[in-house]
Design a protein around this ligand. Structure first.
Ligand SMILES: NC(=O)C1=CN([C@@H]2O[C@H](COP(=O)(O)OP(=O)(O)OC[C@H]3O[C@@H](n4cnc5c(N)ncnc54)[C@H](O)[C@@H]3O)[C@@H](O)[C@H]2O)C=CC1
Ligand SMILES: CC(=O)C(=O)O
Ligand SMILES: [Mg+2]
Length: 561
């Protein structure tokens, strides 16, 4: 379904209002005169025929007439729900401008206000009380050939906590990026919300809340429900790629460990975030003529994202020649209770693996704060994945800078209002010496007559390419090795490697090309590992190109039902 082939006609079994109500097929005023006759559309749309360019011009004017990002979001989502081709055409034209509207930060507000701004259903809501109808629910999906699912239970939406059914905004936004950044046809994508209740009192007390008004179910009920879902999904769409998204800490890793060897799945917050962060760090280190294995790293936030990134760093440091113990000794995880140490009780297993063993006989206070860790460890890299706004104080950052002339500081929490430090402050506190990347988009910073571009270190650089690899090469399992490959491809494409003035990460304008490269190398590594059927490189490239959907209208021919 690439750009050239899109001129081939397709055969459509619907006519009249049924046809115009299917977002993936609707063309609005772009239905040709012939099609209007053949499909009983005369009179259902204004007389004049328009091209997609003309439709996009009107849509963009209307988009610009909204001042508030949330209203722009609602407007774009309405287009997505009425004419998907036009929606993706607009995104293609204005990706850098519209990505913050359909994704972080605005998608965060859309989740928080989901029940207030709701217009029309998209994807599937599988509520716990309806679990016995799961096969029927999956068969109710409007899409028949689903290849990529993003699923959430809404329990940890960005840094905004439990958003219940409102969390559906995230799978919708992520899948929009699968199409916009990696050309996965929207006909193949399906967002799913597993509504297992919510512990968010504000939602439970909101008369308008649209989800199941019930506290979250018990762990046992939850595990059985997820098992039911995964098996039903595999039966309905065998081999489908399942992306776990924004599951709370105690669920995220156990779910991944339970299913990663059984179905084609990955956890974006653990693995996708790890890949983008390690890729960004490899590039940042290269610029300093150093390696990741030479860095000392402090994390604020030892949750799914933090521990996922840290484990991928350990793998990378080992590739660079360190032993695992040496690598772990370079990484300091700070959570609410301060530095994680081996003497602490109550840590999750995935945190215990990253806890620091303090020298025997060390007199330690009960809590070793972030400030103290920075003073003691003298990090060269500081990463924020805590969801806590302002955690990187001026004191913390200046202390770090006192020991490290060019600190690398990544406040990665989303959306923007949860960021650990504003880029403007980081630049000022370090006199422009810090290399910064954030999870949500921020404008360039002006300081001392110089402009500093702030790259967006977000898993959106990774997951679309992984999806394209799976769809184009028929990959059966997603592994950490594939994520390492994605990191390397990202690092190799850092504009900063070629110019000191450039950004750390590629501009959004080149993200489709980057996704294709990630897809190619990930698929090659899958083939080598026996997780995809081997092909020549040229066949693989052709398959990737062929699966890259373009938002262009195709000619319709009538098919009798
Ligand atoms: N840029 C990106 O691509 C990504 C960013 N994130 C962001 O990272 C944040 C965390 O996500 P997850 O790790 O999945 O959540 P999580 O809930 O698993 O982990 C957050 C951790 O931060 C800790 N924390 C809270 N207050 C703290 C404090 N004052 N000091 C130190 N630690 C503190 C919590 O105890 C928890 O362990 C979110 O804001 C999310 O939006 C997550 C995935 C990708
Ligand atoms: C980007 C992302 O996946 C998150 O903030 O959860
Ligand atoms: Mg996420």
């Amino acid at each position: 379904m690439n750009a050239d082939v899109s001129q081939d006609p397709i055969y459509i079994p619907f006519t009249g209002p049924t046809l115009t109500s299917v977002p993936i097929l609707n063309k609005g005023t772009a239905f040709s005169e012939q099609e209007r006759h053949d499909f009983n559309l005369i009179g259902l749309i204004p007389h004049r025929f328009e091209t997609i360019e003309e439709q996009a011009e009107r849509a963009y004017l209307q988009y610009c007439s909204f001042d508030e990002p949330i209203n722009k979001h609602i407007y774009l989502r309405t287009i997505q729900d009425t004419n998907e081709t036009l929606f993706y055409y607009l995104l293609q034209q204005y990706l850098a401008e519209m990505m913050p509207i359909i994704y972080t930060p605005t998608v965060g507000e859309a989740c928080e206000r989901f029940s207030q701004i709701y217009r029309r259903a998209r994807g599937l809501f599988i509520a716990y009380p309806e679990r016995h109808h799961i096969d029927e629910i999956l068969h109710n999906a409007t899409k028949q050939h689903v290849k990529v699912i993003v699923v959430t239970d809404g329990s940890r939406i960005l840094g905004l906590g439990d958003q219940g059914a409102g969390g559906m905004g995230i799978p919708i936004g992520k899948l929009s990026l699968y199409t916009a950044c990696a050309g996965i046809s929207p006909a193949y994508t399906l967002p799913i919300m597993l509504d297992v209740g919510t512990d968010n009192e504000t939602l439970l007390n909101n008369p308008m809340y649209m989800g199941w008004k019930h506290p979250r179910i018990s762990s046992e009920e939850y595990d059985d429900f997820i098992e039911l879902f995964v098996r039903a999904m595999e039966k309905r769409w065998p081999g489908v790629l399942l992306q776990f998204e924004d599951f709370e800490q105690q669920k995220a890793l156990p779910l991944l460990e339970r299913y990663q060897d059984e179905v084609c799945c990955f956890n974006d917050d653990i693995q996708g975030t790890a890949a983008v962060s390690v890729g960004s760090l490899i590039a940042a280190c290269k610029v300093k003529n150093e390696q990741l294995s030479q860095q000392t790293v402090v994390f604020a936030g030892a949750g799914s994202a933090g521990c996922g990134i840290a484990e991928q760093m350990v793998r990378q440091m080992c590739v660079e020649g360190l032993t695992e113990a040496q690598a772990r000794a370079r990484i300091f995880m700070v959570d609410r209770q301060g530095l994680l140490t081996t003497s602490m009780t109550g840590l999750y297993d995935f945190q215990k693996r990253l806890a620091q063993k303090l020298p025997t006989g060390t007199e330690t206070p009960e809590t070793i704060s972030l400030q103290q860790v920075v003073e003691l460890a003298k990090p060269t890299v500081l990463i924020g994945v805590s969801g806590q706004a302002g955690l990187f104080s001026e004191n913390v950052v200046k202390t770090m800078h006192a020991y490290c002339h060019h600190p690398i500081i990544f406040p990665l929490s989303n959306p923007s209002k949860q960021v650990e430090a504003l880029p403007q402050d980081l630049i000022e506190w370090t006199q422009g010496q810090a290399l910064i990347a954030t999870g949500s988009p921020f404008k360039p910073v002006q300081f001392n007559g110089q402009e500093y571009v702030i790259s967006q270190c977000n898993n959106s650089y990774i997951f679309p390419g992984i999806g394209l690899a799976v769809v184009a090469a028929g990959i059966t399992r997603v592994t950490n090795e594939m994520m390492m490959v994605a990191s390397e491809v990202l690092a190799a494409h850092s504009p900063l490697l070629n110019s000191e003035e450039a950004a750390l990460l590629p501009p959004l304008e080149s993200i489709t090309a980057l996704s294709k490269e990630i897809a190619f190398y990930v698929a090659k590594s899958a083939q080598k590992a026996g997780l995809a059927i081997e092909t020549s490189e040229s066949v693989l490239r052709a398959n990737i190109a062929e699966h890259f959907w373009q938002p262009r209208y195709r000619d319709y021919r009538r098919r009798s039902v």
